[in-house]
Ligand binder design. Structure first.
Ligand code: AMP
Ligand code: GLY
Length: 458
């Protein structure tokens, strides 16, 4: 079987690493990635992105035809929303990912909120605005309470959401989006919604458009700084399993959030296939949807893939447009009992304007830490004139150090031992990944999912 993965971040490195181990591939030559990165090159043939980028769906589909690809796996949101899945399907090629119409669940927050309202899916009460004047008037009413959340409708690279502590900052956020057009066309409309409190988790389900099966639970760390401070990022670290999810809650989420979304999309004529990612707040009123995404999370994929014992490829095929067989496979997904922890190393300036081109040291040493994978995100191989290439930073998030352990403490110790080996100028990372989860485990009378908590050493 020949597989093409689209994307070049940490999520795609984790996917390529896992797919590369599948017995369904005869050799490394059967796995390709566009554009990949310096780490992905170890497992797949990497080809440059089309000149117009990963939204040039015709060029990507031409490549899949030319390379006789049996399954294309789409990592990031941009090619999904540009219709890559539709284009490949039109040409009779199998693809894992959501169609353009299905990907609106991620691409438009207005669509997602109104969809949830139509189908009775729990989410924060909200209003939609396109006029700045109307927004400011509405926010000015004495009936409003703060904090309140202001969201740009379209894709804004994770920067389009402001949790506004008071009226003035909510009005400022609305002005920045609707009047100053900070996010361009992605900010033609805004959603304003109630601020929810509770534990935030990332929930993933594979679906063929009819039936769905959940993946292992996991948790992201969205803020840049220790103690959940600083700006929101794409994610600075992740854990699996989540310490906030038990089998009963998983069932409720499947029943109230995942199944109604899949049934609703099918009913509205845009069947949803691939992976459905719900960002959830576990509130006192039950699980509520913060957002849907049409792809695997990053860095959530980096903790899910090492824990997945089953072959990923049959799962991707079952959830692809060639599938319709999710139901047969669902009960047979096997997960390792170990915990996984991931620490992201980011460039100076991330998430604003990251500095790039800095040499990365210590990759060989980090690779020796037991049960540890250093997934590459923004990295590039550079010829420096000597016999050996060097690997330099090429993006905001650079590396995602992921380790398995018999308990969360061991996984974290190993991941941070990997981090100790690595350095580049301006490197920033969180020192408290998993800290809150360890405290929760220590305070819990009953061990969760059979794992016994152990303090992180050192
Ligand atoms: P989103 O892109 O919609 O997931 O928003 C980014 C982040 O903003 C989320 O991960 C949450 O931490 C936060 N957030 C979004 N919506 C809400 C809400 N209604 N209440 C509280 N926090 C929120
Ligand atoms: N880690 C959050 C995301 O992938 O959107």
């Amino acid at each position: 079987m020949r597989i093409l993965v689209i994307g070049g971040g940490g999520r795609e490195h984790a996917l390529v690493w896992k797919i590369g181990g599948s017995p369904l591939l005869r050799s490394r030559a059967d796995l390709m990635c566009v554009p990949g990165n310096a780490g992905i090159e170890d497992h797949a043939s990497c080809l440059p992105a089309p000149a117009r980028g990963l939204t040039d769906v015709a060029a990507l589909a031409d490549l899949a035809v030319k390379e006789r690809i049996d399954l294309t796996v789409v990592g990031p949101e941009a090619p999904l929303m540009s219709g890559l899945v539709d284009e490949l399907t039109r040409r009779g090629l199998a693809v894992f990912g959501a169609s353009r119409a299905a990907a609106r669940l991620e691409g438009s927050k207005v669509f997602a909120k109104e969809f949830m309202q139509r189908h009775g899916i729990p989410t924060a009460p909200f209003e939609v605005f396109s006029s700045c004047r109307d927004t400011l008037d509405w926010l000015g009413s004495t009936e409003r309470s703060f904090p309140i959340v202001v969201k740009a409708d379209g894709l804004a690279a994770g920067k389009g959401v402001v949790v506004a502590p008071d009226r003035a900052s909510a009005q400022e956020a609305a002005r920045a989006i609707l009047e100053e057009k900070r996010f361009g066309a992605a900010g033609e409309r805004i959603v304003i919604e109630e601020c929810l409190t509770g534990a935030e988790i990332s929930f993933f389900a594979l679906t063929d458009g009819e039936s769905a099966t959940p993946l292992a639970s996991c948790q992201d760390h969205k803020r840049l700084g220790d103690g959940d401070t600083g700006p929101n990022t794409g994610g600075m670290g992740a854990l699996s399993p989540s310490t906030d999810l038990d089998p009963d809650m998983e069932r409720r989420i499947m029943e109230r959030v995942i199944q109604p979304a899949i049934a609703g999309m099918a009913e509205e004529g845009s069947p949803y296939r691939g992976v459905l990612y719900a960002g959830l707040m576990l509130t006192e009123r039950g699980p509520m949807v913060l957002e849907y995404n049409a792809r695997f999370g990053d860095p959530e994929a980096q903790v899910l893939m090492p824990r997945l014992e089953s072959d990923l490829v049959p799962l991707l095929v079952a959830a692809s447009d060639a599938g319709g067989r999710m139901r047969d496979i669902a009960g047979r997904i096997r997960w390792r009992p170990e915990w996984a922890a991931c620490v992201v190393l980011a460039s100076a300036g991330y998430p604003g304007s990251p500095e790039t081109g800095r040499m990365i040291r210590g990759l060989e040493m980090a690779a020796k830490v037991p049960q540890t994978e250093v997934f590459h995100a923004g990295t590039r191989r550079e010829r420096d004139g000597s016999l050996r290439d060097r690997i330099v930073t090429a993006g905001g998030r650079v590396l995602a150090v992921t380790s398995l352990g018999r308990d969360l403490g061991e996984a974290l110790n190993r991941a941070y031992a990997g981090v100790e080996c690595l350095s580049f100028e301006g490197m920033q990372f969180r020192r408290d990944i998993g800290g809150a989860a360890l405290s929760r485990l220590a305070a819990r009378p009953e061990p969760l999912l059979g794992h016994t908590p152990r303090e992180r050493e050192g």
